[in-house]
Design a protein around this ligand. Structure first.
Ligand code: AMP
Ligand code: GLY
Length: 421
């Protein structure tokens, strides 16, 4: 890499903040644009660009005009809309799966068929296209039963029904909406983890592992959200279990991507559960996770731009070097999130503090007077020798904030066995 790179990141949330920040830190990178990005990105030297993430023509035109070396795509809806196919057709370099491959996230039925075909362990499942069939199919599943919308639902289209009447009600409601199919699944139990593979054809590298916290409130209560906090590494994950995830889940998945001619170049995020019968896939996503990205990228010692450049060039991928530091982050969300997030809660100016990073998400206004513009506003993150110390730093910082107009969970990291006062 002789000339320093000009890069474009697509998306606007905390995940894209973390991706763009990490790329900007690389000595190989001169400029990072983020479309549409958010105003908070100015704090880390990233340039927001006023083009909507779904304006594929506008993004392509921008990449051509600004001589962008390559583009990295954050959100799944943009990938499912076919941004990669569009850029490739125009000769623009871009990292992410094609529209066909993005169906692994865009359609639960497609992903489950892939898992069945390539013998990737997952929950017992069945897809239905009519309410009557789904109601009749309930008898084949015990309770609780998991009811899922087939298409993209922003992490909110899944209900774990504890009893039959709830299951019937949810089936009725989902089939009355825009979805044309739903999936019933056996309810798995066990700790849930996020595993991210960077894939380049038949090569792959596993990034540092993380754990998300999907429920809105402490103790995993309340509705499912996009994610309320995360940490990495996972001290509670035994080495043997990790090796099983690689051999029983990752390897057959990569084999399937190659055998199915997906020519996959991008991130494959495997959400999995460590059950009593071994690791099982909960879902595939075709992108990085939010908020996991905000805690795994600070732990990546391998130069991220170099790593992604190798994907673009189809060269051998460098090894992943993981920092020995622990990273933990807590999301600040608008009150009422995820159902009815309060619009424009004030965030003011979060004070700078040594050892604390703020990754902004849905914020607007001025840097010294920020307002929320969506559900998740920012993540407060600390890096420390242990998770315990990282949690103390984050919660110490949050405890010193006055009159916070948002809410956060008070137990991020508890599942790793740490104490939070
Ligand atoms: P998804 O939208 O597929 O990520 O599902 C949201 C959440 O629902 C997951 O993170 C799990 O916690 C839970 N979930 C999904 N499928 C199952 C399942 N088969 N068994 C138990 N929990 C599940
Ligand atoms: N953290 C969950 C997701 O990105 O889907």
């Amino acid at each position: 890499m002789e000339d320093r790179l000009t890069l474009l990141v697509v998306g606007e949330g905390g995940r894209e903040f973390a991706i763009a920040k990490k790329l900007k830190q690389s000595p190989h990178v001169a400029t990072v644009y983020c479309a549409p990005g958010n105003i908070g990105m100015l704090t880390v030297g990233v340039t927001p660009v006023n083009i909507a993430e779904m304006d594929l023509n506008g993004l392509l035109q921008f990449a051509i005009e600004k001589h962008v070396d390559w583009t990295f795509v954050g959100p799944e809806n943009v990938l499912c809309a076919g941004i990669v196919d569009k850029f490739q057709l125009a000769g623009q370099k871009i990292i992410g799966p094609t529209k066909r491959a993005a169906q692994l996230e865009g359609s639960k039925d497609y992903a489950l068929s892939f898992m069945d075909k390539y013998h990737v362990p997952t929950a017992k499942h069945e897809t239905f296209t009519s309410e009557d069939e789904a109601l009749a199919g309930l008898a084949d599943f015990g309770l609780p039963v998991v009811v899922k919308e087939n298409g993209l639902a922003g992490g909110k289209g899944v209900v774990i029904a504890q009893d039959e009447s709830t299951a019937k009600k949810v089936i009725h409601e989902m089939m009355a909406g825009p979805q044309t199919a739903i999936v019933l699944e056996e309810c798995l139990t066990g700790p849930e983890y996020s595993l991210f593979c960077l894939v380049a054809g038949d090569q792959y590298r596993i990034l540092p592992m993380a754990q998300d916290h999907k429920r809105a409130y402490d103790g995993d209560h309340g509705p499912n959200t996009g994610g309320m906090g995360a940490y990495s590494p996972l001290p509670q994950l035994a080495d043997d279990d990790y090796q099983r995830m690689v051999s029983e889940v990752v390897e057959p998945t990569i084999h399937g991507l190659v055998a199915g001619n997906y020519d996959y170049h991008g991130i494959l995020y495997i959400g999995l559960m460590m059950t009593a019968d071994g690791p099982k896939v909960i879902e595939y996503n075709v992108r990085l996770g939010d908020p996991e990205t905000q805690v795994i990228l600070p732990r990546l010692k391998t130069d991220f731009a170099e790593l992604l450049q190798a994907v673009v060039d189809d060269r051998p991928l460098p090894a992943i070097e993981e920092s020995s530091q622990a990273v933990l982050g807590v999301v600040l969300a608008a009150k009422g999130y995820p159902q009815h997030p309060a619009y424009y809660p004030s965030l003011g100016k979060l004070p700078a503090e040594d050892g604390i990073a703020i990754d902004y998400a849905n914020v607007t206004g001025r840097l010294d007077d920020l307002y929320g513009s969506g559900g998740r506003l920012a993540m407060v993150i600390a890096e420390a020798p242990t998770l315990q110390e990282a949690a103390q730093r984050v919660y110490g910082y949050l405890g010193r904030l006055n009159e916070l107009d948002c809410f956060y969970r008070h137990d991020i990291g508890k599942k790793a066995g740490i104490n939070i006062q």
